[in-house]
Design a binder for this molecule. Structure first.
Ligand SMILES: Cc1cc2nc3c(=O)[nH]c(=O)nc-3n(C[C@H](O)[C@H](O)[C@H](O)COP(=O)(O)O)c2cc1C
Length: 167
């Protein structure tokens, strides 16, 4: 793996998440889980580089993130992981072990205890700084269409502890 500055590939990361999806991985005790994400942002807050992910409260990942201290984001730059993204974006870790079902390679994190997903192109390892509930009354009405079932997101702001790419 080749180490990168946290902001070296921000544009590529966001573009790839939108186009191909990415893996958000969590681990609490012995339980690890991963889900597809398409939304996220990379920026700077509290004097630190941060990666913010948004997780609906219905996800199994939400249950884990509420207890977690860390997460990782693994981003493919092509459709190479399309099947896996689709599976991890439609099946729940409540019902299935996605690592086994998709034969995902869990590679040990370098700076955190959560693994990254082998076969991706760009990786971020994060320590959670804030867990922020979306308060519906603070949301602009143009975003209401995303919440017909009132399944709101929680924003997890993670300090970027490591950023690297496949060599
Ligand atoms: C391409 C793609 C992007 C997704 N992005 C998000 C996201 O940003 N936030 C979210 O809460 N769910 C997102 N989902 C849905 C979750 O990945 C899906 O509900 C998943 O099954 C949840 O898994 P879990 O229950 O194991 O946490 C996305 C799904 C796909 C296919």
């Amino acid at each position: 793996m080749k180490q990168l500055a946290w902001n070296a590939k921000m544009k590529e990361a966001v573009d790839a998440m939108i186009e191909h999806g990415a893996f958000l991985t969590t681990k609490v005790g012995d339980e690890q889980n991963t889900m597809a994400i398409g939304w996220g942002s990379i920026g700077y807050c509290w004097g630190k580089p941060v990666f913010t992910v948004v997780v609906r409260n219905s996800r199994h990942t939400f249950q884990l993130m509420e207890k977690a201290e860390e997460f990782t984001v693994s981003i493919p730059f092509s459709d190479a992981m399309k099947k896996e993204i689709e599976f991890c974006g439609t099946k729940s870790g409540k019902d299935v072990n996605k690592f086994e079902a998709c034969n995902l390679a869990a590679i040990d994190g370098q700076a955190v205890k959560v693994p990254v997903i082998g076969g991706c192109d760009l990786y971020y390892e994060c320590r959670i700084l804030a867990k922020l509930r979306l308060e519906p009354e603070n949301l602009h009405e143009s975003c209401d269409e995303w919440y017909p079932k009132k399944d709101y997101h929680t924003f997890y702001v993670g300090e970027i502890m490591a950023c690297y790419e496949k060599e």
